[in-house]
Design a protein around this ligand. Structure first.
Ligand code: NAP
Length: 315
């Protein structure tokens, strides 16, 4: 196919360089985020776009989609669909694909890493050694993780992978999800307050979006034991950040370990000022191995779409 007849793909946000390269080798790729006047670009070129590629944390707005009358695919680099209006895509017959099956283990590893970092003072301990405090002081004690109670909010792919890892730490696993999973060997709680009351580590692993916005609110935080930690590897929108900051400042919970934030990459100064938090820049799936697999999954779905084949990772 010559460049003038190559299919047109619109990239909404920066992705892995090697994905851009791979897509550009086969398709005409435009980067909306680099257009000085995105609206003018959409008005002029939107009708040529057949596929959109975006990241899970960015999605694509209906305002953009309205300028793409012939778009048939939104390929998400990630598994979160909260940045895409699925009612709109259904109504307009736009397929949506995600990078399912390749990032679950990394995000679950990160959840366990955050639990250990927080409870066992890994970040603080590193600072303690580097700043030479070890020479003159005894290091602070941490909190045991093994044999403790973990409460998982959202028992999906990542929730299950976290549970499996927690079980290897001899933790008692309970969960709260949209639906009970009777086949799983974990205790299901039908309300979040009960789960919070009985968790030493409350881990948020549910989908983002309007349905779950602010699910972890002041009442859930108030129900958590004083010694408990909140871990969030899902989406910032699930946690009422103001209520969390108050709980951390008042020490009504022991700490929080967070990979995601309400308005990332902006992180509230109040959180940064607190010592009882561990902060990560949304890197749950950010390993070389997984990002390459995510690249290949996105490419395979775009390629299948243009070849009119079954989409391997349609939701
Ligand atoms: P998944 O398999 O679709 O699981 C989502 C889970 O959320 C399901 O168990 C679902 O419950 C539960 N859920 C949805 N709405 C709920 C509600 N109102 N109350 C309670 N639970 C609810 O997705 P996944 O692969 O595990 O990923 C989970 C989320 O992690 C993604 O949506 C994404 O936002 C986030 N994520 C973050 C990173 C990172 O880098 N930090 C990377 C990947 C994904 P049911 O099973 O009962 O329907």
């Amino acid at each position: 196919m010559t460049s003038s007849t190559r299919h047109t793909v619109l990239l909404i946000a920066p992705v892995l360089d090697s994905l851009l390269e791979k897509l550009s080798n086969s398709f005409e790729v435009f980067r909306l985020y680099e257009q000085a006047e995105p609206l003018a670009w959409l008005n002029q070129h939107g009708s040529a776009v057949r596929a959109v590629v975006t990241r899970g944390d960015v999605g694509v707005s209906n305002a953009v989609l309205e300028h793409l009358p012939d778009v048939g695919l939104i390929a998400i680099f990630g598994v979160g669909t909260d940045g895409v209006d699925l009612n709109y895509t259904r109504q307009h017959n736009i397929a949506v694909t995600i990078t399912s099956g390749v990032l679950t283990n990394d995000v679950a590893d990160m959840a366990l890493g955050l639990i250990l970092s927080g409870a066992r003072n890994l970040v603080a301990g590193d600072k303690f050694v580097r700043q030479g405090q070890w020479i003159t002081q005894a290091p602070p004690l941490g909190t045991q993780v093994s044999n403790k109670r973990i409460g998982i909010v959202g028992m999906g792919n990542i929730g299950r992978a976290i549970a499996k890892r927690a079980a290897a730490f001899d933790m008692a696993v309970s969960y709260f999800s949209r639906s009970a999973k009777p086949a799983l060997p974990y205790v299901c709680r039908d309300n979040l307050i009960s789960l919070a009351q009985e968790s030493d580590f409350l881990v948020v692993a549910a989908s983002g979006g309007e349905e779950t916005r602010g699910l972890i609110d002041d009442s859930v935080l108030a129900a958590m034991p004083k010694h408990a930690w909140l871990i969030n590897i899902a989406r910032g929108s699930l946690v009422d950040e103001k209520a969390l900051i108050t709980a951390l400042q008042n020490r009504s919970i022991a700490g929080a370990a967070l990979d995601v934030f309400e308005d990332e990459p902006q992180v509230p100064a109040e959180l940064i000022a607190l010592e009882n938090v561990v902060l990560q820049p949304h890197v749950g799936s950010a390993t070389h191995e997984t990002r390459q697999k995510m690249r290949d999954v996105v490419y395979a779905n775009v390629d299948a779409f243009f070849k009119q084949q079954t989409l391997p990772n349609a939701i």
